[in-house]
Design a protein. Sequence first.
Length: 102
Amino acid sequence: MCHALHGHGRGDGLQQPGGLRRQGYEGALADRLARAVADGDLPAQADPVALARFVMIVTEGQAVHASAGVSREALRQAAEIALAGFAAASGARPPEQATDPV
């Protein structure tokens, strides 16, 4: 088994399967969030790199839990908490309560 998965090694995600791809997505999201800061869509104090990392961690965790059979309602509740956390961390306006389109 990969050492990075057990907390050994550099811990930068490069040793994990898909780590480079994940870092690419995270980097692209950080770039987009930086543009949102520059455009005034997010406050100047927002940290695009930290916010992108937060989003990736939450979405990856949601995917793991969904694969493990966690209920849709539990995933929705967790997503609402994550959105509130993102709003608090970024200084953005908190989202309205999510509605299930299905």
